[in-house]
Design a protein around this ligand. Structure first.
Ligand SMILES: CC(C)(COP(=O)(O)OP(=O)(O)OC[C@H]1O[C@@H](n2cnc3c(N)ncnc32)[C@H](O)[C@@H]1OP(=O)(O)O)[C@@H](O)C(=O)NCCC(=O)NCCS
Length: 178
């Protein structure tokens, strides 16, 4: 699977050779602090563990099964600059999406286009699986991005953040009609 966003950016499954790009992007407090389950400092063994997921082998199949999670790398030419995940949500037949972008690439609406492309692909592969999103209550960048994609507010919930090592309040979003 290789999905071109434009001539520069694309989405594809992660590969073992992405380890250094993953560590470069995620071992940055400005990125990791907003992610629910990412350890910090983010070391090579954390990247290796993630890259060993079976789901990377056949993302197309994982996409059609609401019980499976999957991830896609956001690439600038051949280098990974970010990541997208879609994990089974608490609500049955729904997936919760998550995303991160290496800091040098922030502020260019790259992630908005990457997430929109992934959602198109998810809806094509499995139109019956709903899509939800959430962001820390003070993650205004992420909330703007989620709203710009047409998601609407859907309450709040508390989770334990791995990087922050405390409970945080999440603002939840769903797609109208899902
Ligand atoms: C969230 C993230 C992926 C955004 O990627 P990006 O490509 O920079 O996104 P955009 O350029 O589309 O910017 C998102 C929005 O935030 C706005 N924004 C930028 N800085 C902001 C700030 N300090 N406060 C509020 N909004 C801000 C932008 O104006 C944009 O909104 P707009 O398109 O309506 O103008 C990136 O910042 C990131 O990886 N952050 C750390 C990890 C993270 O937060 N992941 C999401 C977890 S839920």
């Amino acid at each position: 699977m290789h999905i071109q966003i434009d001539q520069t950016y694309s989405l594809r499954p992660f590969r073992p050779s992405d380890r250094d790009d993953l560590v470069a992007g995620l071992n940055d407090w400005a990125v990791a602090r907003w992610l629910a389950r990412v350890p910090y400092p983010y070391r090579q063994d954390h990247a290796d563990e993630f890259l060993r997921w079976d789901e990377h082998i056949d993302v197309a199949t994982a996409m059609t099964n609401s019980g499976s999670g999957f991830a896609l790398a956001v690439c600038r030419h051949k280098r990974v600059i970010g990541g997208l995940v879609a994990n089974p949500a608490e609500e049955k037949q729904h997936r919760e999406i998550g995303f991160w972008l290496a800091r040098p690439f922030w502020g260019q609406r790259i992630m908005r286009r990457a997430v929109a492309t992934m959602i198109d692909e998810m809806l094509r592969a499995a139109p019956h699986i709903g899509i939800v999103a959430s962001a820390n209550h003070d993650n205004l960048r992420s909330q703007r991005l989620i709203r710009a994609l047409g998601f609407v507010p859907d309450g709040q919930r508390e989770v334990i953040s791995t990087p922050l090592q405390r409970a945080v309040l999440l603002h939840c979003f769903r797609r109208p009609g899902d």
